[in-house]
Design a protein. Structure first.
Length: 114
């Protein structure tokens, strides 16, 4: 399985890179093509928010292995920007999702997993 990957996000080009690497890692991890596209879309929205609101940050992709043999993908988008207002009014989520990320919120499970 692929190793952790961190993509520095400072421009539109980096958003594309994060999306492409996320899709590839999702497929390598065992997600279907359709699921990989949804994952890539969520990564793209998160990376776009970094460029739009924080100017720079990173997206980290990490394959995970569950105790029952299941595999998955952890995606962490981080920056040191001023932050966005959160909204949980339209989605039942355990973790607040920035209001500017409705596509991510739609893919988020009730326990906070995307």
């Amino acid at each position: 399985m692929a190793a952790d990957t961190q993509i520095l996000i400072t421009s539109d080009k980096d958003v594309v890179t994060a999306r492409q690497q996320g899709r590839a890692m999702a497929q390598q991890t065992g997600f279907s093509a359709g699921e990989a596209t949804l994952i890539a879309t969520a990564i793209s929205e998160l990376a776009r928010n970094i460029v739009s609101y924080a100017n720079q940050g990173s997206v980290t992709l990490k394959p995970v292995h569950g105790p029952n043999g299941a595999t998955g993908l952890t995606i962490v988008a981080s920056d040191s920007g001023p932050g966005l207002p959160t909204s949980t009014s339209h989605y039942a989520t355990a973790i607040p999702v920035p209001a500017a990320s409705p596509g991510v919120a739609r893919r988020q499970a009730p326990d906070g997993r995307v």
